[in-house]
Ligand binder design. Structure first.
Ligand code: ADP
Length: 457
């Protein structure tokens, strides 16, 4: 169907719709015309048969009287000719059959001399005399073509149907045109909005007037544009943030190396160790960024296995044990017995726990307490890390999972925080099908809780 494809490609959308409209109208008119034509002719035939019988019934008493007077039908032809010459209202043609059903007249009738079958006799009016059927009278028996009056009546009706069809088509086309204009307007708006957004005008939105599928399309388009706008802004901010984060250690490295080259600094071991620290910071930042971008793109590979959470908590605690001692922070372990196993990547879960515990250690002053709690909920295992540290300001709580967000950027950078840790954790937990949230009160402490689904729940 090459031509159909070509029409589809070249024809404007409004024209296609209009074409479909016209086709439907035309089909409608033709169908109505054919149906009406059929039923009308049949109904009219029926009607004229009925009128014929009624007419014959009206005439029957004359013939009964004739029979009564003459005692037989011998001279009836004269009466028939006289009556037939003065046509009935629809041009009826009277035919008479005797008591046996034999057609007696008129002579020119096609049935003359024939004995009519009972079914045919039923279509006539019986001529009764003294309770005895002496004959049957027919009007229009054997007249198959409708008389002139009927033809002109049928023609008039057909003309009116055609005229009504044409008028309906005209009205339908005008209404169709208005509907098509109304329908294609939001589509044209959408198309121009798409061009605006492609040209970088992100704030462009389409106006929504209807609640139908096109209105929904407009709504979805606006949401999509907003999301694109947001992710574009996020992308730009992320690039700026990364550049900013990289600049500081690079400046330190560059300055120090320059001082070394120009002989301003002595090449002491202490000096090299500070350079090394900056390099470690840089490489950690790059690793974090890699993790985050993989997690956000949903491409993080999880080596998940059925695993109990308790040994993972122990692994993380063992890793941080020296820090607890160093900072004189007490540890409280509240792990429910017989927790159900989870389908998780154990290294990633340990990474999450180490990250949350390190944060708690970092923001809790000496003498404080960190509690790690694990409990079984209906469909998940919940792990909470509570500290008695600085806490997070209420207005900052919604930001903690944002990339590069730090409550106090200068302090945290020195202590090694890039502001990426919680963003990575959130992505890792969500990749496991879980969730993380935080409660905190300034000066009292913070509680990070994450849940991991129990397999099969
Ligand atoms: P960072 O690598 O800087 O720790 P995170 O994403 O882990 O980055 O944390 C972001 C910020 O959230 C931190 O800079 C800190 O301000 C705040 N924060 C995280 N954990 C705690 C906590 N336990 N107590 C107080 N503040 C916290």
């Amino acid at each position: 169907m090459n031509w159909a494809k070509k029409i589809d490609q070249r024809m404007p959308f409004a024209l296609k719709l209009a074409g479909a409209f016209i086709a439907i109208i035309m089909i409608g008119i033709i169908v109505v015309y054919i149906l009406l034509q059929g039923t009308m002719v049949a109904t009219f035939q029926d009607y004229s048969n009925q009128t014929s019988i009624i007419h014959a019934q009206g005439m029957a008493p004359f013939f009964a009287y004739y029979f009564e007077q003459n005692g037989n039908w011998q001279e009836v032809e004269k009466l028939l000719t006289a009556m037939n010459s003065a046509h009935g209202p629809l041009g009826e043609h009277l035919v008479l059959a005797d008591a046996t059903g034999e057609v007696l007249g008129p002579y020119d009738s096609q049935y003359f001399g024939q004995v009519l079958a009972p079914t045919l006799l039923n279509r006539g009016a019986p001529i009764m005399l003294g309770g005895r059927r002496v004959g049957t009278l027919f009007a229009a028996l054997g007249v198959s073509t409708p008389p002139l009056l009927e033809i002109s009546f049928l023609n008039a009706i057909q003309r009116s149907i055609l005229l009504a069809g044409v008028a309906a088509a005209g009205i339908a086309l005008i209404i169709g045109f208005l509907i098509i204009r109304q329908m294609t307007r939001p589509l044209r708006q959408l198309s121009s909005a798409t061009r605006e957004i492609t040209a970088g005008k992100w704030e462009h939105q389409v106006e929504i007037h209807s609640k139908d599928v096109i209105g929904q399309l407009g709504k979805d388009f606006n949401t999509m544009a907003q999301k694109l706008h947001r992710s574009e802004a996020l992308r730009q901010r992320m690039i700026a943030d990364i550049a900013h984060e990289l600049r500081t250690p690079l400046t330190v490295l560059q300055g120090n190396l320059q001082g070394l080259r120009e002989g301003v600094f002595e090449p002491e071991p202490k000096f090299f160790s500070s350079l090394h620290d900056e390099c470690v910071l840089l490489s950690r930042l790059v690793n974090d960024l890699r993790d985050l971008s993989l997690a956000e793109a949903g491409e993080l590979y999880l080596n998940s296995q059925l695993q109990s959470i308790e040994p993972l908590i122990d692994r993380a605690l063992k890793h941080l044990h020296p820090l607890f001692e160093q900072q004189r922070i007490s540890l409280c372990r509240e792990i429910e017995v017989e927790l159900p196993p989870l389908f998780v990547d154990s290294d990633r879960v340990v990474q999450i726990l180490i990250n949350l515990l390190s944060n708690a250690l970092r923001y809790t002053p000496a003498g404080g307490k960190i509690t790690i709690r694990a409990e079984c909920m209906s469909q998940s295992v919940q792990v909470s890390i509570l500290d008695t540290g600085l806490g997070i300001r209420k207005e900052d709580l919604s930001n903690v999972f944002e990339r590069f967000w730090r409550a106090d950027s200068s302090r945290d950078r020195k202590s090694g925080g890039s502001g990426l840790g919680l963003a990575i954790i959130k992505n890792l937990i969500e990749a496991h099908g879980g969730a993380i949230w935080v409660n905190s009160e300034e000066g009292i402490g913070t509680c990070f809780t994450f849940s991991l689904p129990i397999k099969g729940s």
